[in-house]
Design a protein around this ligand. Structure first.
Ligand code: NGF
Length: 290
């Protein structure tokens, strides 16, 4: 069965401080209500790249603490263009008990591939956790080629990729060349084509609130009922389109609040939800969740 992970959100209070209780509530909801296979902690959806090191550590601690006793799988995204920080976080989460880490491709400075390979080899060098490359070219500007992946995968601690990329040709080539590597697709609106190319599962922001439909889509796909899977993808994409048009992170949090889960605010420089965004989120909640 293919695995479904939610990209965990971080709740913030009105002043932009981590709201521990809200963050815990979202972990719990994904365990108890969504019954997901896993959580991706410290990713884009967690607003991780706007957090300081101590705050990132706190989020990793909260997720691990709240998930203890459950069988949900946790992946810690520790990547940062600050390699010292990435290594420190890799050690920190390994000591906390995370079995898998992930690291975004280093961004901003147009690093060449040798530098990128060095970055990944360094992150895993002193830890015994396995690493999943986080490839998200639209946000990082870093587009790894098939041969780049082959070189990264030469390090046996690098076990796969979180593939947030609409390049399905590259995805097919990756699957064909690396049948044993873990490939987790990252664009929720493209779940079905990714399933068709035999990904091992998916990680996404919208699964926080749309897990039931996404799980049904995976089940239909695995049962060979492509028409049903396609219909479910259409329905999910209506929701995802509305979420994107209304501002996805703020809206996911507002929908969580409507569902009785305290998700708090987004962090600056992300804008706080305006009255229009709040009204849009309410409409989305009423349209899809009532
Ligand atoms: O948020 C983004 C930015 N992508 C997420 C996901 O790939 C990133 C995706 O679920 C993620 O999971 C993480 O690192 O936290 C989209 O929000 C969704 O498909 C709507 O476009 O691209």
């Amino acid at each position: 069965m293919k695995k479904l992970y939610a990209a965990l959100m971080t709740a913030f209070d009105e002043n932009g401080n981590i709201d521990e209780q809200g963050t815990r509530e979202m972990v719990r909801y994904n365990i108890d209500v969504n019954q997901l296979d896993g959580l991706y902690v410290g990713g884009s959806t967690g607003e991780n790249f706007m957090l300081g090191t101590a705050e990132k550590k706190r989020v990793f601690e909260i997720a691990m603490d709240e998930a203890k006793g459950s069988d949900i799988d946790l992946i810690a995204q520790v990547g940062s263009p600050n390699l010292h920080e990435a290594k420190e976080l890799a050690k920190f989460v390994t000591e906390l008990g995370y079995k898998t880490i992930s690291a975004v491709t280093p961004f901003y400075y147009n690093f060449n591939f040798d530098e990128i390979k060095h970055y990944y080899d360094e992150i895993v060098k002193d830890v015994d956790t396995k690493l999943v490359v986080y490839s998200i070219p639209a946000l990082t500007g870093v587009a790894l080629s098939l041969d780049n992946f082959a070189k990264l995968f030469e390090n046996e601690k690098i076990i796969g990729v979180k593939y947030t990329n609409a390049d399905f040709y590259l995805l097919e080539r990756l699957r064909e060349r690396f049948p044993d590597k873990l490939i987790l697709s990252g664009f929720d609106e493209m779940l079905l084509p990714a399933l068709a190319l035999d990904v091992d599962g998916a990680i996404g922001s919208t699964f926080n609130i749309n897990a039931k439909k996404a799980k049904a889509e995976i089940a239909a796909f695995e049962a060979g009922d492509i028409a049903k899977a396609r219909q479910l993808q259409h329905e999910s994409n209506d929701l995802i389109t509305d979420l994107l048009n209304n501002g996805i992170y703020a809206t996911l949090k507002l929908v969580f609040e409507e569902l009785g889960v305290h998700a708090g605010y987004t962090r600056e420089p992300m804008a706080k939800a305006t009255p229009e965004v709040k009204a849009g989120a309410k409409r989305i909640y009423e349209k899809y969740f009532k």
